[in-house]
Design a binder for this molecule. Structure first.
Ligand code: NAD
Length: 465
């Protein structure tokens, strides 16, 4: 895809800054700076395939902004990866880290590949090849990758090993989301879903929800979607629908989420990286071709990913890819509450439709920030060489998510704005504070009298607790 074409998602992403800036104490020059990524590396990764042939894959890494700390963000393996998408994802990471107040900037990486078509050995060579090409661009104090769509702890382990070989130094803090024996953090596996769950628990308190009466639909049943679905199920919520790349399932009485997770696991043959089974297979139990561990009959229906978004539910959780709720379907989305576990699932045009309808959208830069927060915990533990219990990780994550959720929710109500704008305003305040603290040398304009400088703005700077 030509860069200009793929840049639409990035343009849409930064388009939200100006609106949020009206509610933040940020200088117009600082705002302008935030509309441009700091550094981009595009690489070609040659990989020897199992049949002896050579294939060359395209990879990207974007370090968006490092004012608040080293850049931080996942690596995505997906056929639709584009530079525009990686820039947008890196921009969102910048805002996300500021929203939860952790000392990182934003970054992101991606490889244009359908990883499900590769053998495990080919996937390992590709992962190591990515690090070979990026070895001078990433590092524990500059840019720290993590898992994202179709990458996981095993791939992070290969990447850490490769980085260690290149630099002749074991460096666990160069990547997060690693396997536990290589310095991964307890509680990182479910951190993204758990962070979203803690946001929902705050809403439950504010809105007096009774879990058994709350119907939830989760689009995407990967790392992020599975865990939020499981935590809600364990709490008694009725998770009535879920889906993956092959389609979805709906059951009015609620789905058996542990069973769906088990099914996905069963589809993961020894040595395989991705599950060969779909959540749609949930409804096959009892039929002749069913390999599932439980063979009781299940009622329900198979639905499409598009239909899932339009279900009559109380909470909709997009947890797959971006651009799922657009101007084409936003008016048919019935859920009054959307928790954005995926990055960028809602376009800005859809946002306007949802806001006009009164839908509460808990934005991605808050709702899925649990992942990067525990990645931060992992990095801290790696640097300290001292490891925490899973209870410590959960407790610290819960405190941060509840604190930031409530601050943003309150700001939204105070100003009468949507929650996304409130979250961006909080991010801009914090990024702006860091830019200001760097000193005046970053400014070149002699006459700043027309600028939107914080000193001249009615203050609503929110500092750190
Ligand atoms: P994953 O690879 O573990 O799972 C992705 C899921 O999406 C799979 O169930 C896949 O089948 C499904 N999917 C793929 N294409 C789809 C489609 N067209 N329609 C519906 N479902 C589809 O990835 P993940 O880590 O769970 O990431 C999911 C989302 O959460 C992404 O937007 C990612 O950026 C975001 N996120 C992930 C993390 C993390 O820590 N993993 C952190 C923050 C945000």
């Amino acid at each position: 895809m030509p860069v200009s074409e793929s840049d639409g998602i990035f343009t849409d992403a930064i388009g939200r800054l100006d609106r949020a800036a009206e509610f933040a104490a940020i200088d117009s020059e600082a705002l302008e700076k935030l509309k441009h990524p700091k550094a981009i590396l595009e690489v070609s990764i040659p990989v020897r395939m199992d049949d002896g042939s050579l294939r060359v894959f395209r990879g990207y890494r974007v370090r968006y902004d490092c004012t608040r700390g080293p850049t931080k963000g996942g690596i995505r393996f997906h056929p639709q990866v584009s530079l525009g998408e990686v820039k947008a994802l890196a921009f969102w990471m910048t805002c996300k880290c500021a929203v939860v107040g952790i000392p990182f900037g934003g970054g992101k990486g991606g490889v244009v590949v359908d990883p499900k078509q590769l053998s495990r050995m080919e996937l390992e060579r590709l992962s190591r090849g990515f690090v070979d090409e990026m070895a001078d661009f990433i590092g524990p104090n500059t840019d720290i990758p993590a898992p994202d769509v179709y990458t996981n702890a095993m791939i992070m382990g290969w990447m850490m090993d490769e980085y260690g070989k290149i630099h002749r130094q074991r460096t666990p803090a160069m990547i997060t989301g690693k396997p536990i024996p290589l310095g991964g953090s307890l509680g990182r596996d479910d951190a993204t879903g758990r962070g979203a769950y803690y946001c929902i628990k705050e809403l439950e308190r504010i809105r007096n929800w009774k879990p058994a009466n709350v119907r939830v639909a989760v689009q995407g049943f990967g790392n992020a979607g599975q865990h939020v679905a499981r935590l809600l199920y364990d709490d008694g919520y009725r998770v009535v629908a879920t889906s993956d790349s092959r389609g979805g399932v709906y059951r009015e009485e609620g789905l058996d989420i542990p069973r769906a997770i088990q099914l996905k696991k069963e589809g993961q043959a020894v040595g395989a990286v991705y599950s060969s089974r779909s959540v749609c297979d949930c409804l096959k139990c009892g039929s002749a071709d069913c390999n599932c561990s439980r063979h009781d009959s299940a009622t329900g229906e198979v639905i499409s990913n598009e239909a899932l978004l339009e279900l009559d539910v109380d909470v909709l959780i997009p947890a797959a890819l971006e651009n799922q709720i657009t101007q084409d379907n936003a008016d048919r989305v019935k859920a009054p509450v959307i928790i954005e576990v995926a990055n960028g699932p809602t376009t800005s045009q859809a946002d306007e439709i949802l806001t006009a309808k009164g839908t509460l959208v808990v934005p991605d830069i808050l709702a899925n920030a649990g992942g990067v927060t525990v990645s931060y915990f992992e990095w801290v533990q790696n640097l300290a060489g001292y490891y925490w219990t899973v209870e410590e990780v959960h407790e610290r994550l819960q405190k941060i998510m509840a604190r930031e959720f409530n601050a943003i929710y309150e700001f939204m109500n105070d100003k009468g704005i949507d929650m996304r704008t409130a979250a961006y305003a909080q991010a801009l305040d914090r990024i702006s504070e860091a830019i200001e603290a760097q000193g005046t040398s970053v400014y070149f304009a002699a006459d700043r009298t027309n600028s939107n400088h914080s000193a001249g703005k009615p203050g609503h700077t929110r500092s750190y607790p």
